[in-house]
Design a protein around this ligand. Structure first.
Ligand code: SF4
Ligand code: SF4
Length: 127
């Protein structure tokens, strides 16, 4: 994954309630996607609904080998998912370290995308 990512403003997660509180959480959860089986156990235990299923790598069969991704913008660091995952493939990181870990451990993201090229940005600003 590239270092620079932005929140996908078109993903349905952006319409969910935003995280409350003024301070960011001390810890954030990151999925090591290479070890995720897509069992969805973690999704059931997340109190803020910040874990999303990500399609598998084959665009012709997106339901195969699905995995999950955690929305760092909404995670409150409660640690439920890291304790619940039967495959021990979610780890808690200090807030700033989590963004580095996310870049290293995320194989496929639906929540965060590459920023548009500079030319596109200019077009958007002009419109
Ligand atoms: S740490 Fe808590 S809030 Fe964050 S993704 Fe896991 S279950 Fe959800
Ligand atoms: S509980 Fe673990 S293996 Fe199951 S979907 Fe969540 S991260 Fe993946």
């Amino acid at each position: 994954m590239s270092d620079i990512k932005i929140e996908d403003k078109n993903h349905s997660a952006r319409f969910k309630p935003v995280r409350k509180g003024k301070k960011p959480p001390k810890l954030l959860a990151v999925v090591h996607q290479s070890g995720c089986t897509g069992c969805e156990v973690c999704i059931a235990g997340c109190p803020v609904d910040s874990i999303e299923l990500v399609p598998g790598p084959d665009p012709l069969n997106p339901g195969y080998q699905q995995m999950v991704e955690i929305d760092l913008a909404r995670c409150i660091g409660c640690q439920n998912c890291s304790q619940d995952c039967p495959w021990e493939t979610i780890s808690m990181y200090q807030h700033d370290d989590a963004f580095i870990a996310w870049g290293n451990e995320t194989l496929a993201s639906k929540l965060y995308i590459d920023p548009p090229p500079v030319e596109e940005k200019k077009d958007e600003e002009i419109a």
